[in-house]
Design a protein around this ligand. Structure first.
Ligand code: G3I
Length: 318
């Protein structure tokens, strides 16, 4: 291997991408991925709607393809996402159960899924996106039917099923100090004080070419690190349709955001993992999500390295 993964490993860091099982059968894609990256996340195929579409009927076929590929290529796997408000099967969305039964459903999903992959998952996103922008709890089906305790329950069930996996809370728009990251901080501080097993915070880092306040981002990450947590970047991409200027200038602005964020990632011992949400631009969810042509990732549609890749590579070569 010769890509980013070796240079990152020399600095004690992991670097990776979100993927789909159907991408891995493409030899160009899979050889580039395994050359450049040493950690992957299933973008979709470990979500509840995909693995427990019918209650009590688990199908890990596609997720196993990703995990088996990772094992063959000496690549780590982030499991995503055990408990979330989205990608839920209809029997859950339309479910009408008692609180006790909702807790059993949460426990069964976590226990069965985490046990299935026991020993093969570097880190689990145990709970994903539990907060609103204003710092209130998001009224997900889990929150509404169980209350905020669903969060600590999820972490305990996951730990019982696989004590070897790191357990993460994962969210977006929490990279800097704001109502949402403050609420996340208070919640995680409380979990730690109760001895709930939680090892890290995933900062999804879905940004635009406007970037963020990078000093504040560093301070924000450090307050979580002081709680004894990993502070990993789990889903980075950069929306650029907001940028006014030439395509070249747009790619430079995108590269600057990646460079500024990666500088922070390399500077913090608590930031062990840096991941982008996809490998190449045409695979990005953003192309559907924003309704604009986006250039959010490190490789273009023809697998060429973009200025963002080169900016990060130069930081690693220092
Ligand atoms: O694969 C099926 C296909 O068989 C079917 O015909 C088609 C129409 O129903 O759906 C396809 O699945 C889609 C899947 O992406 C393909 O990967 C789902 O509809 C679609 O909802 C799903 O969207 C994903 C989304 O999460 C919701 O699960 C995106 O790919 C994925 O990028 C996005 O990722 C989220 C993270 O999990 C959490 N953080 C935010 C991030 C972006 O929203």
């Amino acid at each position: 291997t010769s890509g980013l993964r070796d240079a990152a490993a020399a600095k004690g860091k992991h670097i990776g991408v979100a993927t789909q099982s159907w991408y891995l059968t493409d030899s160009k894609y899979s050889s580039l991925l395994s050359n450049e990256f040493d950690i992957i996340t299933p973008e979709y195929q470990m979500k509840m709607s995909e693995i427990q579409d019918q209650r009590g009927v688990f199908d890990f076929t596609e997720a196993d393809k990703i995990v088996d590929f990772a094992k063959r290529k000496n690549i780590l796997v982030r499991g995503h996402a055990l408990i979330w408000h989205d990608a839920l099967p209809s029997w859950v969305v339309n479910g009408n159960f008692s609180k006790t039964e909702w807790i059993q459903i949460l426990k069964d999903h976590i226990t069965t899924t985490v046990s299935h992959f026991k020993g093969k998952i570097y880190a689990w996103d145990v709970v994903n996106e539990a907060f609103w922008t204003n710092g209130d709890y998001r009224p997900s089906i889990w929150y509404t039917n169980i209350g905020p305790q669903y969060i600590e329950m999820a972490f305990k069930f996951a730990h019982d099923a696989d004590p070897s996996a790191k357990l993460f809370y994962n969210d977006f728009d929490t990279e800097v100090t704001n109502a949402k990251s403050n609420a996340m901080y208070q919640m995680i501080k409380s979990l730690k004080s109760k001895g709930i097993p939680i090892d890290g915070v995933g900062f999804q880092t879905h940004l635009t070419t406007d970037g963020v306040n990078y000093n504040d981002m560093t301070n924000n990450f450090q307050r979580f690190a002081k709680l004894g947590l990993d502070t990993d970047i789990t889903e980075m991409d950069v929306i650029s349709h907001v940028f006014k200027g030439s395509f070249e200038a747009k790619m430079k602005a995108t590269a600057d955001v990646y460079s500024n964020v990666y500088k922070i990632a390399l500077s913090l011992p608590s930031c062990k993992v840096f991941m982008t949400w996809g490998l190449k631009d045409d695979h990005s969810w953003l192309n559907e999500d924003t309704g604009f042509q986006e250039y959010p990732l490190l490789f273009d549609n023809s697998y060429n390295k973009k200025p963002a890749y080169t900016a990060m590579e130069s930081l690693l070569k220092k």
